[in-house]
Design a protein around this ligand. Structure first.
Ligand code: ZN
Ligand code: MN
Length: 477
């Protein structure tokens, strides 16, 4: 049973002002209905003026997605009633979109994969409803028009995705691409919303509306695949319908039947002239995009494909890595990709909350063997906890000192250094292991190394412990 998925993605363009008026788009920390004017409130007699920057941003996206920009595109009115849509219509593009026929290459389930883009068009965001009331159903709703008129692009893919995982990978790649282009900020709440069409080959398709998180898309689709497959196995038919994803429960539920396209009575927006911007595209110079940066990380820093892919999969992460790569890019790659990311994930923190100089400081301590790898991780954890709590942290050096995690010296002349002492104790306490080792069971050495590490609370460098033990065991032979 083949799974077929297509996505429609709404992204807020990160412009300073709205799509058709001068209201500021920086509305998230302000009170409701404070970023409004006659235009975005749709008062009679007001006229829209198109935001040039928003068009430029949309064209950057079109170019990066290898789309064709037709000679002319046209804004249309999509008519419907909903309280968040104060004008009674949304200005969008319909039969003549800004850009068509593009693609984005992703890491698919079976290797590199090209996902076709049907179209990219511009439209305005509606307002936002805030539902107030009881535990399971709102008693009343408030409306906030601060979001009304924020510029959006809607990106529609062909049904080329074959699994929920591919859908997630597509979204991650798209997000990275938009951020590299400097037109989108994924950290802004509500900046991306996804509708997903999903079907099992040969059956009707179901549309899941308005999924608002990246993880939500994969979860919603995974739920739908199981639901639809189970229904088909029971001999039931899949009905064509719209469903909502209930994030808290991880399920989709049937929603009102969708308006048919003809119900919207699209017609050309009489207050805006047709857009003729095809010539503009040639002049747009794109910045380095994720694939190019991935290749550069491999060439310039000698990274593996996996590390390069991870580190370039997010603009902020890629920039962070380049700041800390320093004199040992391989060490930095391992620490960022394999350790730091997991620790951030665990704490639900973003890379932006880690000052690069603090992390560089930690890397220098590890590199100079002032602390061991293992204790480096402990120091990192403490620093991240501090950052999460207070937004600042002590220096890695001070932290290592305070926790007594500085690496211990080994190989003093008289053999009275802490590592040699601990090694002598370990040998004296574990005669069986010593005997096993001498009888040729080399794995007994691992046990003894573990004992020494325990006695030194991880502050001995593993290489020192190995060498000291080998030499002590050699002496007695
Ligand atoms: Zn306005
Ligand atoms: Mn739309």
């Amino acid at each position: 049973m083949n799974v077929i998925v297509g996505l429609e993605i709404h992204c807020q363009l990160d412009t300073k002002t709205k799509l058709f008026c001068g209201c500021s788009t920086d509305y998230r920390t302000d009170g409701p209905n404070t970023h409004v004017c006659p235009v975005c409130l749709g008062l009679p007699g007001s006229l829209p003026v198109l935001n040039r920057k928003a068009v430029e941003y949309a064209l950057r996206v079109a170019k990066a997605l290898h789309c064709t920009v037709p000679e002319e595109s046209v804004f249309s009115r999509k008519n419907y009633f909903y309280p968040d849509l104060n004008k009674g219509f949304q200005i969008t593009q319909y039969d003549k979109p800004l850009a068509v026929s593009g693609y984005l290459d992703i890491e698919g389930d079976e290797g590199e994969k090209r996902v076709r883009i049907t179209r990219v068009h511009m439209e305005e965001d509606p307002g936002r409803l805030v539902h107030k009331g009881g535990a399971d159903r709102p008693r009343y709703s408030l409306v906030d028009y601060n979001r009304a008129g924020i510029p959006l692009i809607e990106i529609v893919t062909e049904p080329d995705l074959r699994s929920p995982r591919e859908a997630r990978r597509f979204l991650n790649k798209l997000r990275a691409t938009l951020e590299y282009l400097g037109v989108f900020d994924s950290e802004k709440e509500g900046s991306l919303r996804v509708d997903a069409n999903i079907s099992i080959e040969g059956s009707e398709r179901v549309e899941i509306k308005n999924i608002t998180s990246y993880k939500g898309v994969e979860k919603a689709l995974t739920f739908e695949v199981t639901r639809q497959k189970n229904a088909l196995r029971r001999g039931q038919k899949i009905v064509r319908e719209t469903r909502h994803f209930v994030e808290a429960r991880g399920v989709t539920t049937s929603a009102r039947s969708k308006e048919m396209e003809q119900d919207y009575r699209y017609f050309p927006e009489p207050d805006l002239c047709p857009l003729r911007v095809a010539d503009w595209v040639d002049g747009i110079v794109l910045p380095e995009l994720p694939d190019a940066r991935r290749q550069r990380f491999m060439d310039q820093y000698g990274l593996s494909l996996i590390h390069a892919r991870t580190l370039t999969g997010d603009l902020r992460l890629a920039e962070f890595y380049e700041k800390v790569a320093g004199t040992d890019p391989a060490l930095a790659a391992t620490w960022v990709a394999d350790t730091l990311l997991g620790e951030l994930n665990y704490r639900d923190m973003s890379i932006s909350s880690v000052p690069p100089d603090v992390f560089s400081g930690l890397l220098s301590l590890v590199r100079a063997r002032v602390i061991t790898d293992r204790n480096g991780v402990d120091v990192l954890r403490v620093l991240l906890d501090e950052l999460k709590e207070k937004g600042t942290c002590e220096s890695p050096e001070a932290c290592a000192e305070r926790l007594g995690l500085r690496a211990l010296p080994a190989d003093s002349a008289g053999g009275d250094d802490p590592v040699t002492k601990a090694a002598r104790e370990a040998l004296a306490e574990n005669p069986r292991a010593v005997e096993d080792y001498r009888n040729g069971r080399k794995e007994a050495l691992n046990f003894l190394v573990g004992q020494v590490m325990r006695k030194t609370r991880g502050c001995a460098k593993p290489a020192d412990v190995n060498r000291v033990l080998a030499s002590l065991l050699g002496e007695g032979a």
